[in-house]
Design a protein around this ligand. Structure first.
Ligand code: CP
Length: 307
C-alpha cells in the first residue's frame, strides 16, 4: 500500500494540516512493515535512494530509528551532525541544507533547535523534508509512533482520555500529539506546573487539567513529558524534588490509574523527576514499545515521502 502524497503534503513538517485518512493509511503501511520485519521478509522499496539525516540537535531514538528504517528498506543513509562540519566555519542552515540537497538525497530528515527550521529549508531544497523535531514546534514522527502504540494497546483512540503531563511549554511532542490524538478521536487533557503550561494551549484542541492527580486517575493513557532543562532560562519550579512530589508519576499514583490504562514517555527520562523507575518498568509502561514502533512508523514515513 502506498500512502497518497499529494501536492499539499510533499513534506512532513508537522501533524497540523494532516487529515485522518492520511494517518490511517500511514498506520496501515507501518503495520505492514512491522509484520514484514517480524517475519524476516525484507521490503526494499527505497533501494538506490539516499536519506540524509541532518541533526543540528542531539538525538538517540529518532536519528537511529530513521537510520534503521531507511537501511531496512534498502536506502543509503548520510548521517550529518554538527560536529566536524562547516557549521564551525559559519555555514548556516539554508546553505547547509542546499549543499546536502545537491548531493542528491530523496529526503532530508532534519532536527533543529529553532521552530520553523524544517519549513524554512523546504522552500530551498528539491527533495522531501521530514521534520524530526523543530524547537518547541512539532515532532510529527514521535506523535505518530505514540498514537500507533496507543491504538495497539487500547484498540481505538475514539472516546479515550489521554493526559499529557509536565513541561508542555517546551514540548514539540505535546503539540504534535494534541493534533494527532485529536484527529484520531481522543479527548486530550494537559497538566503541569502553571509556569510550564502555555496560556493559549487550549486553542490547539485540548483542555487544561488543574488537578494532576485527578486527571491521572481518569485517564486511559498518561503521557509523561521530560522536563527540558536545556530550554529553560528561568526556574519554572522550585526543585526536582518538589516537581516529583507534585507533578511526577510514581508507583503509588500509578496504582490509582484505571484498569488497562497505560503510561507513555517519549524519552529520554529524567528518572525520579517526572517518572519513577518502577512505573517505567511496570506493566502499564509502553516506553520501549514506542521506541520499537518508531522504526515501523518511520519506514512508512520514508516510503511515503522519500521518492
Ligand atoms: N523522543 C525523542 O525524540 O528522543 P531523541 O531525542 O533521543 O530522538
Amino acid at each position: 500500500m502506498r500512502v497518497p502524497r499529494t501536492t499539499r503534503n510533499p513534506h512532513l513538517l508537522g501533524i497540523e494540516g494532516l487529515d485522518r485518512s492520511f494517518i490511517d493509511a500511514l498506520f496501515a503501511l507501518a503495520g505492514e512493515h512491522k509484520r514484514a520485519t517480524a517475519s524476516g521478509v525484507p521490503r526494499t522499496p527505497l533501494a538506490g535512494r539516499v536519506v540524509a539525516n541532518l541533526f543540528f540537535e542531539d538525538s538517540t531514538r529518532t536519528r537511529t530509528s530513521f537510520e534503521i528504517a531507511a537501511k531496512t528498506m534498502g536506502a543509503e543513509v548520510l548521517n550529518w551532525t554538527v560536529t566536524g562540519t562547516s557549521v564551525s566555519k559559519g555555514e548556516g542552515l539554508i546553505d547547509t541544507a542546499r549543499n546536502v540537497d545537491a548531493i542528491g538525497p530523496a529526503a532530508i530528515v532534519i532536527r533543529h533547535g529553532s521552530s520553523g527550521a524544517a519549513q524554512l529549508i523546504s522552500r530551498y531544497v528539491r527533495c522531501s523534508v521530514i521534520n524530526a523535531g523543530d524547537g518547541a514546534h512539532e515532532h510529527p514522527s514521535q506523535a505518530l509512533l505514540d498514537a500507533f502504540t496507543l491504538q495497539e494497546r487500547l484498540g481505538t483512540l475514539k472516546g479515550k482520555h489521554v493526559l499529557i503531563a509536565g513541561d508542555i511549554l517546551h514540548s514539540r511532542v505535546a503539540r504534535s500529539n494534541i493534533y494527532c490524538l485529536g484527529l484520531l478521536g481522543a479527548s486530550v487533557l494537559v497538566s503541569g506546573p502553571p509556569t510550564l503550561i502555555p496560556k493559549d494551549i487550549e486553542a490547539l484542541g485540548c483542555k487544561v487539567a488543574t488537578n494532576f492527580r485527578e486527571a491521572v486517575e481518569m485517564a486511559d493513557a498518561v503521557m509523561m513529558l521530560r522536563v527540558q532543562a536545556e530550554r529553560q532560562t528561568d526556574r519554572a519550579f522550585p526543585s526536582a524534588r518538589e516537581y516529583a512530589a507534585h507533578w511526577g508519576l510514581n508507583g503509588a499514583l500509578a496504582l490509582q490509574m484505571k484498569d488497562g490504562a497505560v503510561v507513555l514517555h517519549p524519552g529520554p527520562v529524567n528518572w525520579g523527576v517526572e517518572l519513577s523507575p518502577e512505573v517505567a518498568e511496570g506493566v502499564r509502561s509502553t516506553i520501549l514499545e514506542q521506541v520499537a514502533n518508531g522504526v515501523a512508523i518511520r519506514m512508512a514515513i520514508l516510503e511515503t515521502f522519500a521518492w
